[in-house]
Ligand binder design. Structure first.
Ligand code: SF4
Ligand code: SF4
Length: 293
């Protein structure tokens, strides 16, 4: 079973458009959307929720106002500024600031503080016409989602293994933060989607470096090539210098944006030339996997 992550250095390069097309092209796979801040593969694959479960990766403290003797020690010792006093003089914990370090519990002389697990999001399993999709949603105010990314990937990999499916296709998070590191670590290959703009090229170099750091072979798709031919050529020259093969070049086409808005993939536009590009991308990716692995 091979895990393929689709990533881009920045948002808006068309990563999910490519993922939506591959979801239809690649047979026998599990889909995983680890862009947990803005999961949208479910929308463009017409996913129907099958089950959901709470996800917890953090602890927060709470104060029992009946037991509290208002000594202020917890507030003075909380280095995250998570403890405050309300208008009635009662101490309380701001759950969005609490890091669950338990210092308040240790210093409390009245045994008024308890620390418990908090739900930081929801893990969802959905069924699409193209196979199972694992995806997640973070609770409002929660932004550290590396653990959720890892958890989703484990779910997808296990289901693929149990069903003897050859691929897990992972729609990664944008950027180069902890979510992306969790998306890339231990996968078999990365399909990077970039576009010919200066900021995208800058981010492409950073994400390629990240893949290289984690020894993940990378292949590149240049999206929206027609917005800037000269920068497209610059990306191709750079990719060549880094031994990163080009899996495909996708021109700007307003019908692609429209198809996504209608919860469809670019394949459903019915343009033979465009479909050929996406099928060509998968053909290059599968050849690349054969060669590298
Ligand atoms: S657990 Fe730590 S961060 Fe949370 S309120 Fe207590 S001292 Fe502050
Ligand atoms: S340390 Fe305990 S008793 Fe003192 S203010 Fe905080 S919760 Fe109340």
């Amino acid at each position: 079973m091979k895990q393929i992550v689709i990533i881009s250095g920045k948002g808006g390069t068309g990563k999910t458009t490519v993922a939506a097309a591959l979801a239809r092209i690649v047979q026998q796979k599990i889909l995983v959307d680890v862009d947990v801040d803005a999961a949208n593969l479910e929308i463009v694959t017409d996913a129907k929720l099958v089950s959901s479960e709470p996800f917890s990766d953090a602890q927060i403290s709470s104060i029992d106002t009946e037991k509290c003797i208002r000594c202020d020690l917890c507030r003075q010792n909380c280095r995250f500024g998570a403890i405050d006093v309300d208008a009635g003089g009662n101490y309380f914990v701001d759950e969005h600031s609490c890091e669950g370090c338990k210092v308040c519990q240790l210093v409390c002389p009245a045994d008024a503080v308890s620390v418990s697990e908090t739900q930081s999001g929801t893990i969802k399993k959905s069924q699409t016409p193209y196979g199972t999709l694992w995806h997640g949603e973070l609770s409002t105010g929660r932004d550290n989602s590396g653990k959720m990314v890892t958890f989703l990937r484990e779910k997808g990999a296990k289901e693929a293994q149990d069903a003897n499916l050859p691929y897990v296709l992972i729609d990664g998070a944008p950027g180069v933060g902890c979510q992306v590191i969790a998306s890339v670590t231990g996968v078999d290959m990365a399909l990077i989607v970039s576009e010919p703009t200066l900021s995208a090229i800058h981010d492409l170099k950073r994400i390629a470096e990240l893949a290289q750091h984690f020894r993940v072979p990378a292949i590149l798709v240049v999206n929206k090539t027609t917005i800037n031919k000269s920068l497209t050529n610059e990306i191709k020259r750079w990719a060549n210098s880094q031994n990163i093969p080009i899996a495909g070049e996708i021109p700007v086409d307003v019908r692609i944006v429209k198809s996504m808005a209608q919860r469809k993939s670019p394949l459903e536009i019915g343009d033979e030339k465009l479909s050929k590009i996406y099928y060509g991308i998968w053909s290059k990716v599968s050849e690349f996997i054969e060669q590298k692995l």
